[in-house]
Ligand binder design. Structure first.
Ligand SMILES: [Zn+2]
Length: 366
């Protein structure tokens, strides 16, 4: 199993310069490879395999930075293309300086060592670190991602691998969660989980600030100040949101042995219902599901995801009748067959729970 730990680092001036250079060269390589792949595809309709070595002669400056980071950039781009061809992600895009992409380096021959107050990294040497958690000694360090946030902070995310014997748990309590337009989710017991009010307020504030920035001219006075204000607020929102998602997923994974959720295809959704898709990604639903999955599986519990075509909203949770003409505006499910009268999302969550349990039994041949 893998686990990542993220810590803030405090590089000195020359280390900062080297980090910026490494990020820049990796971004350059990413864009160059992407450009070449796209051109090749347009000409031949075939994909092209590229390695950093092929670029080092034409662009010798690439040799100045950690070569493992370049190899990882290549691998990440290949992964991104694979996801794109499997319709799981959008086409890989060109990267700009504005976004916070980190670079990743791997452990080879003691090139990375975590010391007291310092982390030794390839090319950078010892960088000051604020390590707020100790790492269990049985964990094996695999790789480190160095990043810089748009607010000027530096971080390392250290990935560890460890062995764990996991005992499969018997399902005593199961629950289904339905992502709702008006709540974060509604569960199969009828409980409605709301999104924290203060995060929503922050999101609204962010939108107002972004709108005011878009009216300003880049380079004009106060532009950078406003942009930093936005970046700081966004960073705060992300922290609060992750905190909320972690606490909530912890509580659910502790209480239930089986959790079933909707299968959402955000790319498809953004075409048919852009508002809904935006809401989902803003709230971090996908992130929440991945937290939940990890927390359940490390305890020998399970997460079941519905097939994206499963009609959780249209099906009557009582008699199984399907209402093909159910409109988005209908907030209550009224069954013409068995006269069930139930909140739309609660009905969907019951269906998800039932279907999840059926899939679970099938998967584990129970
Ligand atoms: Zn019915």
């Amino acid at each position: 199993m893998n686990k990542a730990f993220k810590f803030r680092i405090y590089p000195n001036e020359s280390q900062k310069t080297l980090i910026h250079m490494t990020l820049g060269h990796n971004r350059f390589l990413w864009n160059k490879m992407l450009e070449d792949k796209q051109r090749h595809y347009e000409l031949t309709k075939n994909s092209l395999h590229l390695t950093p070595a092929q670029y080092k002669n034409d662009y010798p400056f690439l040799k100045d930075v950690d070569s493992l980071s370049l190899a990882n950039t290549q691998l990440n781009q290949e992964k991104a293309f694979k996801q794109f061809f499997n319709h799981k992600q959008e086409r890989p895009k060109f990267r700009s300086k504005k976004q916070d992409y980190g670079y990743t380096t791997n452990l080879v021959n003691h090139n990375i060592v975590l010391l007291k107050g310092y982390i030794k990294l390839p090319k950078l040497g010892e960088v000051k670190i604020k390590q707020h958690r100790t790492i269990p000694s049985e964990m094996i360090l695999k790789s480190v991602t160095v990043s810089k946030s748009s607010t000027g902070k530096y971080y390392v995310s250290i990935l560890y691998e460890y062995q764990k014997e996991i005992q499969k748990q018997v399902v005593k309590d199961a629950i289904g969660l339905d992502f709702s337009m008006t709540h974060f989710y509604v569960d199969s017991e009828g409980f409605k989980m709301d999104y924290p009010k203060d995060i929503q307020t922050d999101f609204n504030k962010l939108r107002v600030l972004q709108r005011s920035l878009s009216r300003r001219v880049k380079g004009a006075s106060n532009y950078d100040k406003k942009a930093l204000e936005i970046a700081l607020l966004y960073e705060r929102i992300k922290h609060k949101r992750d905190d909320f998602l972690h606490k909530l997923s912890n509580a659910i994974a502790k209480r239930y042995e089986l959790v079933s959720v909707e299968g959402l295809n955000l790319i498809e959704m953004s075409k048919t219902n852009p508002y809904y898709a935006k809401q989902i990604s803003r709230f971090g639903w996908t992130r929440f599901v991945s937290f939940l999955k990890y927390k359940l599986e490390t305890q020998g519990k399970s997460l079941m995801m519905m097939d994206q075509w499963y009609p959780s909203s249209k099906r009557c949770s009582c008699c199984g009748d399907i209402k093909t003409d159910l409109k988005l505006s209908e907030r209550v499910y009224d069954c013409p067959n068995c006269e069930l009268h139930l909140d739309r999302d609660h009905n969907a969550a019951i269906n998800i729970n039932k279907e999840g349990f059926r899939k679970y039994k099938l998967a584990f041949q129970l």
